[in-house]
Design a protein around this ligand. Sequence first.
Ligand SMILES: C[S@@+](CC[C@H](N)C(=O)[O-])C[C@H]1O[C@@H](n2cnc3c(N)ncnc32)[C@H](O)[C@@H]1O
Length: 114
Amino acid sequence: MFQAIPSADALLLKWILHEMTDEDCLKILKRCREAILSKEKGGKVIIIDIVLDLQGGKPESVELQLLLDLQLMVDVNGKQRTESEWKKLFEDSGFASYKITNVLSFRSVIEVFP
Ligand SMILES: C[S@@+](CC[C@H](N)C(=O)[O-])C[C@H]1O[C@@H](n2cnc3c(N)ncnc32)[C@H](O)[C@@H]1O
C-alpha cells in the first residue's frame, strides 16, 4: 500500500491511518488516489477511523478517543485527528472532497472523493 495499490472502484481503510504519521498517511492516500476510479464513475476511499471533536463530541466518546490517542502515541507513533487535520491530509494527497458520517459511536465513516 505504500508503493502501489491495484485499481479499484472503492478502497476501504479501517483502523489503519490513525496508526500512521502524517507522512505515511500521505504516501498511502496518494497511492489510493491513483488506484480509484473518477468520482463520476463512483470512485472513493472509505475510511473508518476517529474524528476528534473536543468541543462537540459526546464526553464519553471524547474520553475514549483521547485514551486511544495516548496509546497510539506510545505504541506506534500514530495519532487521532480532528476534521481539519483529516481535511489537510485529503487535500495534500490530491482529493477534491470528503463526507464524514458519525454512525459508529466513537468512530466515523469518512468518504473521500477524487
Ligand atoms: C488496528 S489493525 C486494523 C486491522 C483491520 N483493518 C481491522 O479493522 O480489523 C491495523 C493493521 O495495520 C497493519 N499495519 C500497520 N502498519 C503496517 C505497515 N507498515 N504495513 C502493512 N500493514 C501495516 C497491522 O498489521 C494491522 O493489521
